[in-house]
Design a protein around this ligand. Structure first.
Ligand code: HOZ
Length: 432
Protein backbone atom coordinates (compact mmCIF):
# COMPACT_ATOMS: atom_id res chain seq x y z
CA UNK A 1 0.00 0.00 0.00
CA UNK A 2 1.73 3.17 -1.18
CA UNK A 3 0.84 6.80 -0.91
CA UNK A 4 3.32 7.84 -3.61
CA UNK A 5 1.33 7.45 -6.80
CA UNK A 6 2.36 9.26 -9.92
CA UNK A 7 -0.61 10.45 -11.92
CA UNK A 8 1.41 12.40 -14.47
CA UNK A 9 -0.36 10.87 -17.45
CA UNK A 10 -3.80 11.51 -16.03
CA UNK A 11 -2.81 15.12 -15.38
CA UNK A 12 -1.61 15.55 -18.94
CA UNK A 13 -4.71 13.92 -20.42
CA UNK A 14 -6.94 16.12 -18.30
CA UNK A 15 -5.10 19.20 -19.52
CA UNK A 16 -5.70 18.15 -23.14
CA UNK A 17 -9.31 17.16 -22.51
CA UNK A 18 -10.03 20.58 -21.03
CA UNK A 19 -9.16 22.15 -24.37
CA UNK A 20 -11.87 20.28 -26.22
CA UNK A 21 -14.45 19.06 -23.67
CA UNK A 22 -16.22 21.47 -21.31
CA UNK A 23 -14.50 21.03 -17.95
CA UNK A 24 -12.55 18.13 -19.45
CA UNK A 25 -15.29 15.61 -18.64
CA UNK A 26 -18.46 14.26 -20.20
CA UNK A 27 -20.42 14.17 -16.95
CA UNK A 28 -19.86 16.67 -14.16
CA UNK A 29 -19.29 14.50 -11.04
CA UNK A 30 -16.26 12.97 -12.75
CA UNK A 31 -14.44 16.32 -12.64
CA UNK A 32 -13.56 15.82 -8.93
CA UNK A 33 -15.05 19.21 -8.07
CA UNK A 34 -16.70 17.56 -5.09
CA UNK A 35 -13.35 16.42 -3.65
CA UNK A 36 -10.76 18.74 -5.16
CA UNK A 37 -7.84 17.76 -7.40
CA UNK A 38 -8.05 16.47 -10.93
CA UNK A 39 -9.83 13.41 -12.28
CA UNK A 40 -8.02 10.16 -12.93
CA UNK A 41 -8.05 8.77 -16.44
CA UNK A 42 -8.60 5.02 -16.62
CA UNK A 43 -7.50 2.68 -19.33
CA UNK A 44 -8.70 -0.69 -18.09
CA UNK A 45 -11.03 -2.50 -15.76
CA UNK A 46 -10.32 -6.00 -14.45
CA UNK A 47 -12.85 -7.63 -12.12
CA UNK A 48 -13.12 -5.37 -9.09
CA UNK A 49 -10.09 -3.32 -10.13
CA UNK A 50 -9.54 -0.21 -12.19
CA UNK A 51 -6.17 0.58 -13.76
CA UNK A 52 -5.30 4.16 -14.57
CA UNK A 53 -3.18 5.57 -17.38
CA UNK A 54 -0.17 5.63 -15.03
CA UNK A 55 -0.65 1.91 -14.23
CA UNK A 56 -1.93 2.53 -10.70
CA UNK A 57 -4.51 -0.01 -9.51
CA UNK A 58 -7.60 0.75 -7.45
CA UNK A 59 -10.39 -1.35 -5.96
CA UNK A 60 -13.42 0.13 -7.70
CA UNK A 61 -16.54 1.05 -5.74
CA UNK A 62 -18.06 3.13 -8.54
CA UNK A 63 -18.60 0.29 -11.01
CA UNK A 64 -19.44 2.79 -13.76
CA UNK A 65 -22.05 4.23 -11.36
CA UNK A 66 -23.92 0.97 -11.02
CA UNK A 67 -24.05 -1.14 -14.19
CA UNK A 68 -21.03 -3.33 -13.43
CA UNK A 69 -22.63 -5.59 -10.85
CA UNK A 70 -20.44 -8.43 -12.17
CA UNK A 71 -17.28 -6.34 -12.13
CA UNK A 72 -15.26 -5.31 -15.17
CA UNK A 73 -14.98 -7.58 -18.20
CA UNK A 74 -16.97 -10.50 -16.85
CA UNK A 75 -16.15 -13.44 -19.15
CA UNK A 76 -19.81 -14.25 -19.96
CA UNK A 77 -20.62 -10.67 -20.89
CA UNK A 78 -17.50 -10.31 -23.02
CA UNK A 79 -18.12 -13.64 -24.79
CA UNK A 80 -21.73 -12.70 -25.58
CA UNK A 81 -20.63 -9.31 -26.93
CA UNK A 82 -17.91 -10.87 -29.09
CA UNK A 83 -20.47 -13.17 -30.64
CA UNK A 84 -22.91 -10.33 -31.28
CA UNK A 85 -20.17 -8.14 -32.73
CA UNK A 86 -19.96 -10.40 -35.76
CA UNK A 87 -23.65 -10.02 -36.45
CA UNK A 88 -23.88 -6.26 -36.47
CA UNK A 89 -23.97 -3.26 -34.19
CA UNK A 90 -27.35 -1.72 -34.89
CA UNK A 91 -30.25 -2.32 -37.25
CA UNK A 92 -32.83 0.30 -36.29
CA UNK A 93 -35.34 -2.53 -36.65
CA UNK A 94 -36.77 -5.16 -34.31
CA UNK A 95 -34.57 -8.02 -33.11
CA UNK A 96 -35.21 -11.28 -31.27
CA UNK A 97 -32.97 -10.31 -28.39
CA UNK A 98 -34.79 -7.10 -27.46
CA UNK A 99 -37.94 -9.19 -27.04
CA UNK A 100 -35.98 -11.60 -24.85
CA UNK A 101 -34.72 -8.78 -22.65
CA UNK A 102 -38.22 -7.31 -22.36
CA UNK A 103 -39.59 -10.74 -21.40
CA UNK A 104 -36.93 -11.22 -18.74
CA UNK A 105 -37.57 -7.82 -17.26
CA UNK A 106 -41.31 -8.42 -17.14
CA UNK A 107 -40.77 -11.82 -15.56
CA UNK A 108 -38.41 -10.56 -12.87
CA UNK A 109 -40.36 -7.38 -12.06
CA UNK A 110 -44.04 -8.32 -12.09
CA UNK A 111 -45.31 -4.71 -11.96
CA UNK A 112 -43.86 -4.32 -15.46
CA UNK A 113 -46.40 -5.77 -17.87
CA UNK A 114 -44.83 -4.21 -20.94
CA UNK A 115 -41.58 -2.31 -21.30
CA UNK A 116 -39.94 -0.03 -23.83
CA UNK A 117 -36.16 0.07 -24.20
CA UNK A 118 -34.36 3.37 -24.59
CA UNK A 119 -30.74 4.49 -24.36
CA UNK A 120 -30.29 6.07 -20.95
CA UNK A 121 -31.91 6.54 -17.58
CA UNK A 122 -32.62 10.17 -18.45
CA UNK A 123 -34.57 9.10 -21.53
CA UNK A 124 -36.48 6.59 -19.43
CA UNK A 125 -37.58 9.09 -16.76
CA UNK A 126 -38.36 11.78 -19.34
CA UNK A 127 -40.56 9.37 -21.27
CA UNK A 128 -42.24 7.95 -18.16
CA UNK A 129 -43.25 11.45 -17.12
CA UNK A 130 -44.65 12.28 -20.55
CA UNK A 131 -46.60 9.05 -20.43
CA UNK A 132 -47.96 9.76 -16.95
CA UNK A 133 -49.06 13.21 -18.07
CA UNK A 134 -50.69 11.76 -21.17
CA UNK A 135 -52.47 9.12 -19.12
CA UNK A 136 -53.81 11.45 -16.42
CA UNK A 137 -54.30 14.59 -18.56
CA UNK A 138 -52.58 16.47 -15.74
CA UNK A 139 -49.29 18.38 -15.68
CA UNK A 140 -47.85 18.48 -12.19
CA UNK A 141 -44.98 16.22 -11.23
CA UNK A 142 -43.91 15.50 -7.65
CA UNK A 143 -40.26 14.83 -6.93
CA UNK A 144 -38.16 14.72 -3.79
CA UNK A 145 -35.36 16.93 -2.59
CA UNK A 146 -31.99 15.31 -3.28
CA UNK A 147 -33.41 12.72 -5.69
CA UNK A 148 -31.94 12.75 -9.17
CA UNK A 149 -33.66 11.32 -12.22
CA UNK A 150 -31.27 12.33 -14.98
CA UNK A 151 -31.04 15.76 -16.53
CA UNK A 152 -34.70 16.09 -17.53
CA UNK A 153 -35.82 19.76 -17.40
CA UNK A 154 -38.77 19.24 -15.10
CA UNK A 155 -36.75 16.99 -12.78
CA UNK A 156 -33.65 19.14 -12.48
CA UNK A 157 -35.15 21.00 -9.56
CA UNK A 158 -33.58 20.50 -6.13
CA UNK A 159 -31.78 17.59 -7.73
CA UNK A 160 -29.12 15.31 -6.26
CA UNK A 161 -25.98 13.79 -7.78
CA UNK A 162 -23.81 16.19 -9.82
CA UNK A 163 -26.23 19.04 -9.28
CA UNK A 164 -25.82 18.64 -5.53
CA UNK A 165 -22.07 18.05 -5.77
CA UNK A 166 -21.63 21.32 -7.65
CA UNK A 167 -24.04 23.11 -5.33
CA UNK A 168 -26.44 23.90 -8.19
CA UNK A 169 -29.52 21.79 -7.52
CA UNK A 170 -31.54 24.04 -9.84
CA UNK A 171 -30.07 24.34 -13.32
CA UNK A 172 -30.04 27.46 -15.47
CA UNK A 173 -31.69 27.03 -18.84
CA UNK A 174 -34.93 25.62 -17.52
CA UNK A 175 -37.90 27.91 -18.14
CA UNK A 176 -39.85 28.89 -15.06
CA UNK A 177 -42.93 27.62 -16.89
CA UNK A 178 -41.36 24.14 -16.76
CA UNK A 179 -39.97 24.11 -13.23
CA UNK A 180 -43.22 25.53 -11.86
CA UNK A 181 -44.89 22.27 -12.93
CA UNK A 182 -42.76 20.40 -10.39
CA UNK A 183 -43.65 20.10 -6.71
CA UNK A 184 -40.71 19.35 -4.43
CA UNK A 185 -41.15 17.41 -1.21
CA UNK A 186 -38.73 16.29 1.51
CA UNK A 187 -37.78 12.62 1.14
CA UNK A 188 -39.08 10.25 3.82
CA UNK A 189 -41.67 12.75 5.09
CA UNK A 190 -45.13 11.34 4.50
CA UNK A 191 -46.95 14.18 6.23
CA UNK A 192 -45.70 16.70 3.64
CA UNK A 193 -46.83 14.42 0.84
CA UNK A 194 -50.25 13.96 2.43
CA UNK A 195 -50.62 17.73 2.80
CA UNK A 196 -49.66 18.37 -0.80
CA UNK A 197 -52.13 15.78 -2.08
CA UNK A 198 -54.87 17.28 0.08
CA UNK A 199 -54.25 20.68 -1.52
CA UNK A 200 -53.41 19.76 -5.11
CA UNK A 201 -54.13 16.05 -5.59
CA UNK A 202 -56.32 16.59 -8.64
CA UNK A 203 -53.48 18.37 -10.52
CA UNK A 204 -50.80 15.75 -9.91
CA UNK A 205 -49.93 13.55 -12.88
CA UNK A 206 -47.26 11.54 -11.12
CA UNK A 207 -44.93 11.07 -8.21
CA UNK A 208 -41.42 10.03 -9.21
CA UNK A 209 -39.10 8.68 -6.56
CA UNK A 210 -35.91 6.69 -6.16
CA UNK A 211 -37.24 3.99 -3.82
CA UNK A 212 -33.80 4.01 -2.24
CA UNK A 213 -32.34 7.47 -2.72
CA UNK A 214 -28.94 7.00 -4.32
CA UNK A 215 -28.05 10.47 -5.47
CA UNK A 216 -27.75 12.13 -2.07
CA UNK A 217 -25.45 9.34 -0.95
CA UNK A 218 -27.57 6.32 0.14
CA UNK A 219 -30.84 6.96 1.97
CA UNK A 220 -33.29 4.05 2.23
CA UNK A 221 -37.00 4.70 2.74
CA UNK A 222 -38.31 4.66 6.32
CA UNK A 223 -40.90 2.01 7.21
CA UNK A 224 -44.27 2.72 5.64
CA UNK A 225 -43.12 5.64 3.51
CA UNK A 226 -43.34 4.04 0.06
CA UNK A 227 -46.65 2.39 0.96
CA UNK A 228 -47.94 5.81 2.05
CA UNK A 229 -46.99 7.28 -1.33
CA UNK A 230 -48.60 4.32 -3.07
CA UNK A 231 -51.84 4.93 -1.17
CA UNK A 232 -51.84 8.68 -1.91
CA UNK A 233 -51.32 8.07 -5.63
CA UNK A 234 -54.07 5.46 -5.75
CA UNK A 235 -56.46 7.66 -3.83
CA UNK A 236 -55.85 10.72 -6.03
CA UNK A 237 -55.46 9.02 -9.42
CA UNK A 238 -51.78 9.91 -9.82
CA UNK A 239 -49.21 7.61 -11.41
CA UNK A 240 -46.53 6.29 -9.05
CA UNK A 241 -43.18 6.02 -10.83
CA UNK A 242 -40.31 4.18 -9.18
CA UNK A 243 -37.04 5.32 -10.66
CA UNK A 244 -35.11 2.07 -10.38
CA UNK A 245 -32.36 3.04 -12.81
CA UNK A 246 -29.96 2.56 -9.93
CA UNK A 247 -31.80 0.12 -7.66
CA UNK A 248 -33.22 -2.16 -10.38
CA UNK A 249 -31.43 -5.54 -10.44
CA UNK A 250 -29.02 -4.05 -7.91
CA UNK A 251 -30.76 -4.05 -4.52
CA UNK A 252 -32.40 -7.40 -5.32
CA UNK A 253 -33.34 -9.37 -8.43
CA UNK A 254 -36.83 -7.82 -8.34
CA UNK A 255 -35.48 -4.33 -7.58
CA UNK A 256 -36.30 -2.14 -4.60
CA UNK A 257 -40.00 -2.71 -5.22
CA UNK A 258 -39.51 -6.35 -4.30
CA UNK A 259 -37.49 -5.44 -1.21
CA UNK A 260 -40.22 -3.14 0.14
CA UNK A 261 -43.21 -4.97 -1.35
CA UNK A 262 -44.69 -1.98 -3.22
CA UNK A 263 -46.18 -2.05 -6.71
CA UNK A 264 -45.57 1.14 -8.68
CA UNK A 265 -47.54 1.97 -11.84
CA UNK A 266 -44.42 2.65 -13.87
CA UNK A 267 -40.76 1.77 -13.33
CA UNK A 268 -37.70 3.21 -14.97
CA UNK A 269 -34.58 1.10 -15.41
CA UNK A 270 -31.06 1.44 -16.80
CA UNK A 271 -27.52 0.59 -15.76
CA UNK A 272 -27.51 -3.18 -14.91
CA UNK A 273 -29.85 -4.07 -17.80
CA UNK A 274 -27.17 -2.80 -20.20
CA UNK A 275 -24.28 -4.56 -18.47
CA UNK A 276 -22.09 -1.49 -19.02
CA UNK A 277 -23.40 -0.35 -22.40
CA UNK A 278 -25.82 2.56 -22.77
CA UNK A 279 -29.39 1.51 -22.08
CA UNK A 280 -32.55 2.53 -20.30
CA UNK A 281 -36.10 1.23 -20.06
CA UNK A 282 -39.48 2.20 -18.75
CA UNK A 283 -42.41 -0.07 -18.23
CA UNK A 284 -45.40 -0.86 -16.11
CA UNK A 285 -49.14 -1.26 -16.34
CA UNK A 286 -50.37 -2.26 -19.76
CA UNK A 287 -53.22 0.23 -19.57
CA UNK A 288 -50.69 3.09 -19.29
CA UNK A 289 -48.02 1.70 -21.60
CA UNK A 290 -50.43 1.17 -24.49
CA UNK A 291 -50.78 4.94 -24.77
CA UNK A 292 -47.29 4.99 -26.25
CA UNK A 293 -46.81 5.44 -29.99
CA UNK A 294 -47.43 3.51 -32.21
CA UNK A 295 -50.42 2.10 -30.28
CA UNK A 296 -51.30 5.39 -28.63
CA UNK A 297 -50.95 9.16 -28.82
CA UNK A 298 -47.92 9.66 -26.50
CA UNK A 299 -44.88 9.96 -28.75
CA UNK A 300 -41.51 8.42 -27.94
CA UNK A 301 -38.81 7.06 -30.27
CA UNK A 302 -35.08 6.38 -30.65
CA UNK A 303 -32.68 5.30 -33.40
CA UNK A 304 -30.51 3.17 -31.14
CA UNK A 305 -33.30 1.93 -28.85
CA UNK A 306 -33.06 -1.80 -28.24
CA UNK A 307 -29.52 -1.70 -29.61
CA UNK A 308 -28.31 -5.30 -30.05
CA UNK A 309 -24.98 -4.79 -28.30
CA UNK A 310 -26.51 -3.21 -25.20
CA UNK A 311 -29.28 -5.80 -25.13
CA UNK A 312 -26.74 -8.62 -25.44
CA UNK A 313 -24.69 -7.29 -22.52
CA UNK A 314 -27.89 -6.87 -20.52
CA UNK A 315 -29.09 -10.40 -21.20
CA UNK A 316 -25.73 -11.89 -20.25
CA UNK A 317 -25.69 -9.86 -17.04
CA UNK A 318 -29.25 -10.81 -16.07
CA UNK A 319 -28.39 -14.46 -16.61
CA UNK A 320 -25.52 -14.26 -14.13
CA UNK A 321 -27.41 -12.31 -11.49
CA UNK A 322 -30.40 -14.66 -11.70
CA UNK A 323 -28.26 -17.51 -10.35
CA UNK A 324 -29.33 -18.70 -6.88
CA UNK A 325 -27.67 -16.93 -3.95
CA UNK A 326 -26.28 -14.13 -6.13
CA UNK A 327 -27.94 -11.33 -4.19
CA UNK A 328 -27.50 -13.00 -0.80
CA UNK A 329 -23.81 -13.20 -1.41
CA UNK A 330 -23.59 -9.59 -2.65
CA UNK A 331 -25.54 -8.37 0.37
CA UNK A 332 -23.47 -10.34 2.89
CA UNK A 333 -20.26 -9.13 1.30
CA UNK A 334 -21.41 -5.51 1.44
CA UNK A 335 -22.51 -5.93 5.06
CA UNK A 336 -19.13 -7.30 6.02
CA UNK A 337 -17.36 -4.41 4.25
CA UNK A 338 -19.49 -1.86 6.10
CA UNK A 339 -19.03 -3.59 9.45
CA UNK A 340 -15.27 -3.57 8.91
CA UNK A 341 -15.33 0.13 8.06
CA UNK A 342 -17.51 0.95 11.06
CA UNK A 343 -15.23 -0.99 13.45
CA UNK A 344 -12.18 0.84 12.16
CA UNK A 345 -13.84 4.25 12.30
CA UNK A 346 -15.01 3.54 15.87
CA UNK A 347 -11.53 2.47 16.94
CA UNK A 348 -10.09 5.66 15.49
CA UNK A 349 -12.78 7.73 17.22
CA UNK A 350 -14.22 9.00 13.92
CA UNK A 351 -17.94 9.86 13.84
CA UNK A 352 -19.09 7.63 11.02
CA UNK A 353 -22.20 5.74 10.00
CA UNK A 354 -23.34 3.70 7.01
CA UNK A 355 -26.47 2.74 5.07
CA UNK A 356 -26.93 -0.28 2.83
CA UNK A 357 -29.47 -1.98 0.62
CA UNK A 358 -28.16 -5.08 -1.20
CA UNK A 359 -24.94 -4.17 -2.98
CA UNK A 360 -25.50 -0.41 -2.65
CA UNK A 361 -24.05 1.47 0.29
CA UNK A 362 -23.39 4.91 1.71
CA UNK A 363 -20.81 6.14 4.21
CA UNK A 364 -21.40 9.31 6.19
CA UNK A 365 -19.08 11.30 8.39
CA UNK A 366 -21.75 12.10 10.93
CA UNK A 367 -22.51 11.72 14.62
CA UNK A 368 -26.06 10.59 13.77
CA UNK A 369 -26.70 6.89 14.22
CA UNK A 370 -29.19 6.72 11.39
CA UNK A 371 -29.35 8.87 8.24
CA UNK A 372 -32.86 9.05 6.78
CA UNK A 373 -33.24 12.57 5.43
CA UNK A 374 -31.75 15.02 2.96
CA UNK A 375 -31.06 17.54 5.72
CA UNK A 376 -29.07 14.97 7.71
CA UNK A 377 -27.01 14.21 4.59
CA UNK A 378 -26.35 17.92 4.12
CA UNK A 379 -25.15 18.17 7.73
CA UNK A 380 -22.44 15.53 7.26
CA UNK A 381 -18.80 16.56 7.39
CA UNK A 382 -18.00 16.99 3.70
CA UNK A 383 -14.48 18.27 4.37
CA UNK A 384 -13.68 15.09 6.22
CA UNK A 385 -15.07 13.06 3.32
CA UNK A 386 -12.80 14.94 0.91
CA UNK A 387 -9.73 14.06 2.95
CA UNK A 388 -10.89 10.46 3.30
CA UNK A 389 -11.51 10.21 -0.44
CA UNK A 390 -7.93 11.27 -1.27
CA UNK A 391 -6.38 9.08 1.41
CA UNK A 392 -8.31 6.10 0.06
CA UNK A 393 -7.31 6.97 -3.47
CA UNK A 394 -3.65 7.13 -2.49
CA UNK A 395 -4.09 3.70 -0.91
CA UNK A 396 -5.60 2.22 -4.06
CA UNK A 397 -9.35 2.51 -3.47
CA UNK A 398 -11.56 4.39 -5.91
CA UNK A 399 -14.69 5.82 -4.32
CA UNK A 400 -17.21 8.08 -6.02
CA UNK A 401 -15.66 11.55 -6.02
CA UNK A 402 -18.50 13.19 -4.10
CA UNK A 403 -19.97 12.93 -0.61
CA UNK A 404 -23.39 12.73 -2.26
CA UNK A 405 -22.93 9.62 -4.36
CA UNK A 406 -23.58 6.03 -3.45
CA UNK A 407 -21.09 3.14 -3.46
CA UNK A 408 -21.42 -0.13 -5.35
CA UNK A 409 -20.01 -3.55 -4.51
CA UNK A 410 -19.80 -6.08 -7.35
CA UNK A 411 -19.69 -9.86 -7.50
CA UNK A 412 -16.01 -9.53 -8.40
CA UNK A 413 -15.13 -8.01 -5.03
CA UNK A 414 -13.55 -10.84 -3.06
CA UNK A 415 -11.68 -11.28 0.21
CA UNK A 416 -8.55 -9.67 -1.20
CA UNK A 417 -10.35 -6.53 -2.35
CA UNK A 418 -12.35 -6.16 0.85
CA UNK A 419 -9.25 -6.58 3.02
CA UNK A 420 -7.34 -4.10 0.85
CA UNK A 421 -10.17 -1.60 1.36
CA UNK A 422 -10.31 -2.13 5.11
CA UNK A 423 -6.52 -1.73 5.45
CA UNK A 424 -6.71 1.46 3.39
CA UNK A 425 -9.57 2.76 5.54
CA UNK A 426 -7.74 1.98 8.77
CA UNK A 427 -4.83 4.10 7.60
CA UNK A 428 -7.14 6.82 6.32
CA UNK A 429 -9.16 7.04 9.55
CA UNK A 430 -5.93 7.37 11.55
CA UNK A 431 -5.05 10.47 9.55
CA UNK A 432 -8.40 12.26 9.63
N1 HOZ B 1 -25.27 10.67 -12.45
C1 HOZ B 1 -24.22 9.80 -12.07
C2 HOZ B 1 -24.14 9.62 -10.62
N2 HOZ B 1 -25.32 9.49 -9.91
C3 HOZ B 1 -22.88 10.26 -12.55
C4 HOZ B 1 -22.65 9.83 -13.92
C5 HOZ B 1 -21.23 9.95 -14.40
O1 HOZ B 1 -20.51 10.87 -14.05
O2 HOZ B 1 -20.86 9.12 -15.16
Amino acid sequence: MSSEKSRARSEKLFESARQVIPGGVNSPVRAFKGVGGNPIFFKQGEGAWLIDEDDNRYVDYVGSWGPLILGHCHPSVIAALKAQLKNGLSFGAPTRKEGELAEQIAQLIPSIETVRLVNSGTEATMSAIRLARGFTHRNKVVKFEGCYHGHVDSLLVKAGSGALTLGTPDSLGIPESTSSETFILPYNDLDSATQLFEQSGNEIACVIIEPVAGNMNCVPPVAGYLQGLRDLCTQHGAVLIFDEVMTGFRTALGGAQSVYGITPDLTTLGKVIGGGLPVGAFGGKQEIMELLAPTGPVYQAGTLSGNPMAVTAGLATLKEISKPEFFDSLTIKTESLLKGLQDRADSAGIAFTTNQVGGMFGCFFSKEKSITSFSQVMDCDVDRFRKYFHLMLDNGVYLAPSAFEIGFVSAAHGEEELQHTLDAAEQAFSKL
